[in-house]
Design a protein around this ligand. Structure first.
Ligand code: NAD
Length: 437
């Protein structure tokens, strides 16, 4: 198949490279000339494990290329994916669809012959109808069908997720889109990933419902963790105890500093707005959003409490800045609010992240960036684990303690056993753990 991917970010680049790896001919398009220049020079503009090798292999095989020119490749394509950003619209919390609509207009002008246009971006219910309307209005002669194919990959494990998805969801209104979409994904469902065909609006809602449910699950265990601290229970064991029930499942039951990232915050908010607009409010999700919003600064208060209540003039070491490990993505990372709240209370911040420092610099003021966890901890009155990078899972705790001004470890991801930390001479504070009574 000849495929064009509009938008070469975290989703577009990974999807494009994986489609090429299936054997399709793929052109990845982006408006950002610097990104395309870097890709054409053999570089990768984001950090995603395995992506550099996958891109290099498929470029070398002649199946994957990059350009800023949308019209040429779209004219040749059988299937055109829209994988542009859909951030929160400033001011009202709805999804900003200007990039999707802009891409639709450009595609419309370039279509030659029957083409399937597929929104892979996460878009509110009804966006497919609007994309169809825009294309028809811009180019009344165009022969096309608009499908929805939301993406469920996770940054940090994106290639594996794309190649072995739990399911593929495709929403269509025009039966002519079915065969090309089956063809695009044939290598996957031969591998037994179910492909679920639905109507287009259903498909669009599946993506938001999935993300909202996961965000709610995280928020649920975070609130249970808070209760654990009050009643002397251990959230790690509660989580295991409920997660072993197959009806509940153990995933997304890790208590932490609140969800962040480029998807959950904006998608929960957009879903809440859609539901309100349709007079069918999703109160569970409204509450999830509100709880999560306040949680991040609450984590800073937890750090301050662990330091005896006063951080003015003292240094705090932050380990991990990205919203999760194995990515350089800083969008809505909990570290941003936590650091801001600690600075508001007068703390000085030394931070280290294995991949996120470049992306963090424009977002954080007056932070000193360290070259390792131990470097960050130099002279610190507390070390705070914010993101559970592997590099932080087996720290030499004695060495850490020795470089610190005061022996306090705040583990916002519960990756250490409290007794081990205490045995190394550090005071431990985690999330929802019995030892904190
Ligand atoms: P991103 O910001 O990394 O990439 C979007 C890219 O689109 C940018 O490089 C931008 O320059 C480009 N672009 C915008 N308008 C364009 C146009 N008209 N022509 C060509 N290029 C254009 O965003 P992302 O994280 O890849 O997310 C893309 C979509 O996928 C969003 O809707 C997001 O919600 C969804 N999604 C993201 C993830 C994730 O983990 N990042 C997972 C599932 C779904």
């Amino acid at each position: 198949m000849r495929i064009v991917m509009i938008g070469s970010g975290y989703v577009g680049l990974v999807s494009g490279a994986c489609f090429a790896d299936f054997g399709h001919d793929v052109v990845c398009v982006d408006k950002d000339a610097a990104k395309i220049e870097k890709l054409n020079a053999g570089g990768i503009p984001i950090f995603e494990p395995g992506l550099d090798a996958l891109v290099a292999k498929n470029v070398a095989a002649g199946r994957l290329s990059f350009t800023t020119d949308l019209a040429g490749p779209v004219g040749e394509a059988e299937v055109v994916f829209i994988g542009v950003g859909t951030p929160t619209r400033r001011g009202d919390g709805h999804a900003d669809l200007s990039y999707v609509h802009g891409a639709a207009r450009e595609i419309a002008a370039a279509i030659r012959g029957f083409t399937v246009i597929v929104t892979k971006s996460t878009v509110p219910v009804g966006t497919g109808d609007e994309v169809e309307r825009i294309i028809r209005e811009t180019n009344p002669q165009a022969d096309f069908a608009v499908a929805s194919n939301p993406e469920f990959l996770r940054e940090g494990a994106a290639i594996e997720d794309f190649k072995r998805p739990d399911r593929i969801v495709v929403g269509i209104e025009d039966e002519r889109a079915r065969a090309p979409m089956e063809q695009v994904y044939r290598p996957l469902y031969l591998n037994k990933s179910p492909i679920l065909f639905t109507r287009r609006r259903t498909s669009e809602l599946i993506k938001y419902a999935a993300n909202a449910f996961l965000a709610m699950k995280i928020t649920f265990i975070n609130e249970i963790a808070d209760l654990c601290e009050k009643v002397g229970a251990d959230v790690q064991e509660v989580s295991r105890g409920i997660g072993l029930d197959n009806r509940i499942g153990s995933k997304f039951l890790h208590a932490g500093p609140g969800y962040g990232g480029s998807c959950f915050p904006k998608d929960t908010l957009a879903l809440v707005k859609t539901a309100q607009d349709h007079d069918s409010p999703l109160r569970l999700i409204e509450t999830t959003v509100a709880i999560n919003d306040t949680r991040k600064r609450a984590m800073a208060r937890k750090v301050i409490a662990a330091m005896g209540g006063d951080v003015r003039g003292r240094t705090v070491a932050i380990l991990g800045l990205t919203f999760k490990p194995n990515t350089d993505d800083m969008r809505e990372a909990p570290s941003i609010s936590i650091i801001q709240a600690l600075q508001d209370a007068g703390a000085t911040i030394r931070a280290y992240d294995p991949e996120g420092i470049d992306a963090a610099r424009p977002l954080l003021d007056e932070v000193t960036y360290a070259t390792s966890a131990y470097d960050a901890a130099q002279g610190a009155a507390a070390t705070v684990i914010v993101t559970e990078w592997d590099a932080f899972r087996a720290l030499d705790l004695g060495r850490l303690r020795d470089v610190m001004a005061a022996p306090v470890l705040v583990d916002l991801r519960n990756i250490y056993v409290p007794a081990d930390v205490e045995a190394a001479g550090l005071r431990y504070a985690g999330i929802g753990r019995a030892s904190e009574r």
